[in-house]
Design a protein around this ligand. Sequence first.
Ligand code: TYD
Ligand code: MG
Length: 461
Amino acid sequence: MKFKNKTIYECVECGWEHPKWNGQCANCGEWNTLEEKKPEAFEQLAGITNVSSGNSKKANTRPEALQLNDIDCSEDVRFDTGTSELNRVLGGGLVKGSVVLLSGEPGIGKSTLLLQICAEMGQKVLYVTGEESQRQIKIRANRLGYIDTQNLLITQSTDLLGIATTIKEEKPDIAVIDSIQTMRLDSLSSSQGSVTQVRECTNLLIALAKSMEIPVIIVGHVNKDGGIAGPKVLEHIVDTVLYFEGDRRLSYRILRAVKNRYGSTNEIGVFEMQDKGLKQVENPSAMLLSGRPNGVSGISVLCTMEGTRPILAEVQALVTKSGFPSPRRVSNGFDYNRLCLILAVLEKRTDVFFGSCDVYINIIGGLSATEPAADLAVALALYSGICDISIPETLAVFGEIGLGGEIRSVGNTKERIRECARMGFTHCIIPDNKAVPKNADIKITPVSNLKQMIHSISTTK
Ligand code: TYD
Ligand code: MG
């Protein structure tokens, strides 16, 4: 909202702008949080970054218009981060002049990941820490085995104007700010970590990244309840937003891009937290399939696409007699409503009945199977569970289930089959369509409905 030539009152908690002073913020409901927005703060920012703000006199200078053909981008504009999982998520490397927000819950491993990347990248990196001391960073680096790293500069400060000066003087190839919630601009009256501080600090860093053409990585915490000063406000001003997620009790971590101006947002990177830092998991299928029990009913293997990468994972279904008037349906890693739909289709189109049974579905390894191609594996696990028959462990399936019990085709069939063959599967049940690919290493059974799938299972046994 813009209020021309008028004083603006801004809530220091949520950043909402009001045309006049009020006791209570109309947006977040907090009392006594409205303050007059001071224009000097922005002039100061404009001074340090040499970027003209809307208030400055330079605003009227005519910006140059270039023809698309004349814009030079021949130079290599991406840095290799030395970590292939991160490169993939970023769309091929870290783009010069871009601002990347890395967010995740406290303790998930953001600082560890960044320190590892900085040490392995082979570029001059300025790592600014507002949370830990330089000594603590050194202890972590020793733990990770980086005893003799020369290109890594560590600064401990929370004063962003000072940091901006250090960045301008040191001229690093990459700057890392850990974390944005600890940074402050003294010219703003609101407290550290408030929305106004977080937003203005990020604006300054963006201006710095663009003017110096260096990538800046910003760490942002998310609160459990998606808190007010979380990185949500920043998502639309930065170039790339990465989420580092996973269960802190498990060692696997998934790095996911939720916004990327320079690449796809479908890619994921998989890491494992070990006692000497994060290790890339280049073969997630092997990790997700390890420890699979043999000859147990209710288990099937699905093949899902995560971006351009096919991943195999184990689906477990437990179907037990219910002791309750309304049976329980519990789903972990698979959409609950989709589970109910598959149960209904199985009941209607085949001769199984789940009405008096509790049903539990679990996708192993903390993976979320959001793709419709996972339907068939879930249906197979449910069928196997209720009939108490085990599925051959060399069988993998994928396909979407329609309400008529038909199996519909999904994309990337060739890549999925190749991954199944690579992981040692000898049989694959896939949707029947005109272009069923051939593969000498694996038996492919195309099916067009659930009855056919059940028939092919019983004949395989
Ligand atoms: P940290 O990177 O400090 O998390 P964040 O910056 O996201 O808050 O890492 C936190 C956890 O990682 C901490 O609980 C300890 C664990 N850890 C390991 O298991 N192995 C290691 O080598 C390191 C450095 C940390
Ligand atoms: Mg940290």
